[in-house]
Design a protein around this ligand. Structure first.
Ligand code: GFP
Length: 812
């Protein structure tokens, strides 16, 4: 990107002021003098949305474009707040700040008015948001398709240390960023039965109609010249949500039934969960947004006057995990039943258009749907899936493996259950129906080939590829860390925002004491800011000179917050045993939500909170150890934590974290990583060099070997006195004397089950943590490593990931 482009704005200051005031008056009925911070937020958002909408017409939606349009299908888009990022992208940040100042209003107060758009659980949804940003920046025409959930992921509060979930009403009175497009509403069917028409063809007669109403959000590139859109579907049952006849007869509840049903489908985002209840609603959600999106795509294709046979040439579908995998039979249905194609032609188009990203190897997270459930909701789709399987097993599979029943059963889309039902393996369907399948980090993609889909890899050489995840440098560096952004601008120019490899230019500056001081100074200011937030949210005072040790991610056993906790307890004991030793002061910062039905994860949260309470109030420690759990972890909170982190905890059991993206965000902002050789940590270690990262723990092979020989956590407990003491203190009520049994479940699980082998890695983790403490006491050394992390992680920009997708997945 040229310098000139970064300074260009699409609107001059005068017009901007005029537009903004117009919105204040016309949409909000107020004036600059009377406007509240919330009014300003709305008016600013509307003004920027308008600029984007103007540009949208000229870029991603260009009807004459030859390029393949990417349709990113995802159940989750974890967008966070939009205003700050948009101001920065459109080059209007300073302008807005100055204008508001003239009315005595602070831009930061205005930005704080925005509720996060939390339409996702974690990494998968945030990746989708980063990819939307990078697609626009790569000038690739794209639409993100998802669900306009009425409620985002729950709001987390702590009551006496317990996680409680509250509804997240993120757009109570509408969102200024969303534009409703009722004229592009689509109709889809559900349930019903199959009939044979007079030509002997199968015909689906749905018994229920559902309408999808699109809500659009614009996604501008940096500079704002190129704009794509996110299209989120809201569900509506029946053309008339209220049955007036029934209403007039006094049957009020029955009259509103359609309204209630419609609302339910796009009502709530499913938390990551292993509970089966409510699963049929999730399948309906998946079908709902996928079917609406496909109809939308076909409508546009036809509008452009293009023949159906060329659909795959003009559109690429990216399935974000198997959640939208029902797109495969749905596309087949549309092409055959509605467009009149024969099987082979429809299948060729489907296989050409679909691409699937796998994000996990955890067996419980690989989706399977009961055939009877799917057949009840989508009878025609069950038939088509059966046919796809039949053709596959009797064609390619037979040719490759003959009658090898073991393999045939493994690659089949259907898994036969003892109770007679069959489960549909959505991952197998996705691999068979897609042109490319990708994992999300080199290690993960290797495991996808070797362990998850070895047969498919042999059958389809070259179909399984790797695209390492990335994060957008606009939000995760430029916007969230303005101090560092300014320092970079002064030293290496401004182009890094759209060409993150420019960060390499920092390498020689790692030898400059002045630069290291300036870098450290930026961090210190960020830590002061976070300390203020911690004081406000947790009522705990922390010292910004201490090492800020950060673990922020979903709460899951495989991510091993419990391992971090055991180390904290051991550090506490060490400080009490040797009060006069020169301990490195540390502040442990946690941010994590646990799925509401995940009992052990919630117990781990409780344990962290209880231990924090004891440690934070123990005067003997002289403020050298603090533990804080910031409630309601979300994108906007991450934006405040990441620039203030010294140490990034990436401590999953090797082989279980597909990639991780928090590791990239923290590293880019100069935090050093303590991590296992898992997911993208492996590539991060290669990029920054072994001296600039703290790697510990068992490798994938060692973990597998341990599993093979039968893992016994009790052995580690018994043979390591430090570990034993830490676990005993959880067992014996040291951290909650009024209820001594409270944390027992966590301790017992660790001693007797420890599914993710925290105990096996404990000693190696503790040693690595000791090295961290020693290094932090040598500031020159620490800051040199920190600068080299920022300098060498440019390859983890999502712009690079999208370039890889364009080449390896959507390209030839
Ligand atoms: C999942 C995986 C992560 C991966 C992201 C994005 O996210 O390893 O980085 O998807 O590919 F587990 P989470 O569910 O862990 O948040």
């Amino acid at each position: 990107m040229s310098k000139k482009k970064s300074e260009t704005t699409l609107m001059d200051n005068n017009s901007f002021t005029v537009e903004l005031e117009k919105h204040l008056r016309r949409e909000l009925g107020t004036s600059p003098k009377r406007a509240t911070a919330h009014d300003w937020w709305q008016a600013l958002s509307l003004t920027l949305r308008d600029i984007n909408l103007d540009q949208l017409q000229q870029s991603g939606l260009d009807e004459n474009q030859e390029e393949r349009h990417v349709c990113y299908l995802s159940m989750e888009f974890l967008m966070g707040r939009l205003l700050g990022d948009a101001l920065m992208n459109l080059g209007l940040y300073e302008t807005a700040a100055t204008l508001l100042q003239s009315y005595g209003v602070r831009l930061s107060d205005v930005l704080d008015q925005e509720r996060d758009m939390s339409l996702g659980n974690g990494g998968l949804g945030r990746l989708a948001a980063c990819f939307m940003d990078s697609l626009a920046n790569r000038n690739i025409p794209a639409t993100g398709y998802g669900i306009n959930y009425r409620y985002g992921l729950f709001r987390q509060v702590f009551v006496d240390g317990y996680q409680k979930e509250k509804p997240d009403v993120w757009r109570e009175f509408g969102s200024p960023w969303e534009t409703c497009r009722p004229s592009e509403t689509v109709e889809i069917g559900l349930f019903g039965h199959m009939e044979m028409d007079h030509d002997g063809n199968n015909r689906w007669v749905p018994s229920k109609k559902l309408f999808g109403v699109p809500w659009d959000i614009t996604i501008p590139s940096f500079g704002g010249q190129y704009v794509n859109r996110l299209r989120l579907w809201e569900s509506l049952v029946g053309a008339y949500p209220i049955d007036l006849d029934k209403y007039n007869q006094g049957e009020y509840l029955e009259a509103c039934r359609n309204l209630v049903d419609g609302d339910t489908i796009s009502g709530v985002l499913y938390p990551e969960d292993s509970t089966p209840q409510g699963k049929d609603l999730r399948l309906i959600q998946q079908y709902f947004f996928t079917a609406c999106s496909l109809k939308d795509i076909i409508r546009q294709h036809k509008q452009r006057g293009l023949p159906m046979g060329s659909l795959a040439k003009h559109y690429a579908l990216q399935l974000n995990d198997t959640h939208p995998a029902i797109a495969i039979p749905e596309l087949m249905r549309l092409l055959m039943d509605e467009e009149g194609m024969v099987w082979n032609q429809a299948w060729a188009i489907t296989q050409e258009m679909c691409h699937y990203t796998n994000h996990t190897l955890l067996p419980e997270a690989l989706e399977k749907w009961s055939a009877s459930l799917l057949g009840r909701i989508l009878p025609r789709h069950l038939q088509i899936i059966e046919m796809i399987n039949y053709v596959f097993l009797n064609g390619e599979a037979k040719e490759q493996w003959g009658d090898n029943l073991e393999i045939i059963q493994k690659v089949s889309i259907f898994e036969e259950l003892d109770n007679g039902d069959r489960m549909i393996r959505m991952a197998n369907l996705s691999v068979i129906g897609s042109r490319r399948v990708n994992g999300v980090a080199a290690l993960h993609s290797g495991l996808v080939k070797a362990n998850l889909f070895p047969e498919f890899d042999a059958l389809y050489p070259g179909k399984l590829v790797n695209v390492t995840n990335g994060v957008t440098p606009r939000r995760w560096l430029a916007h969230c860390n303005p101090g560092l952004a300014r320092l970079l601008d002064r030293n290496i120019g401004t182009d890094w925002r759209t060409d993150l490899d420019q960060l390499e230019k920092l390498t020689p500056l790692a030898e400059s004491p002045d630069f290291l001081d300036a870098f450290a100074n930026v961090r210190f200011k960020n830590k002061e800011r976070l300390a203020r937030l911690i004081e406000k949210e947790c009522k705990v005072t922390v010292n910004p000179n201490a090492l800020f040790d950060v673990q922020i991610k979903r709460l899951h056993e495989y991510k091993r917050q419990q391992l971090n906790l055991l180390h904290i307890i051991s550090l506490y004991h060490e400080m009490l045993d040797n009060p006069d030793a020169d301990h490195t002061p540390r502040v442990f910062v946690f941010g994590a939500k646990a799925a509401p039905g995940y009992v052990l994860a919630k117990q781990i949260i409780l344990a962290i909170n209880k231990i924090a309470q004891v440690i934070n109030n123990d005067r003997r420690l002289d403020d050298r150890l603090k533990v804080v759990f910031l409630p309601d972890y979300r994108v906007s909170l991450a934006e405040q934590i990441i620039p203030a982190a010294d140490l990034s905890e990436q401590i999953s059991t090797a082989g279980f974290e597909a990639s991780g993206t928090g590791n990239m965000k923290l590293g880019l902002n100069g935090a050093l990583t303590i991590g296992t050789l898992d997911g993208a940590n492996v590539e991060i270690a290669e990029a920054v060099g072994d001296d600039n990262i703290f790697i510990f723990g068992k490798t994938v092979d060692e973990i597998a070997a341990l599993q093979q020989q039968g893992y016994n956590p009790y052995h580690y407990y018994e043979s390591n006195p430090v570990l034993k003491r830490a676990i005993d203190s959880l067992m014996n009520g040291s951290f909650c004397q009024h209820k001594p049994d409270l944390l027992k479940p966590v301790a017992e699980d660790l001693m007797h089950r420890d599914q993710f082998m925290a105990l096996a890695d404990f000693e190696s983790y503790r040693e690595a943590q000791q090295k961290v403490s020693e290094t932090f006491r040598k500031p020159r050394l620490w800051w040199r490593k920190a600068v080299l992390n920022t300098a060498r992680l440019g390859g983890f920009s999502s712009d690079r990931s999208i370039a890889d997708y364009a080449e390896k997945v959507w390209g030839e």
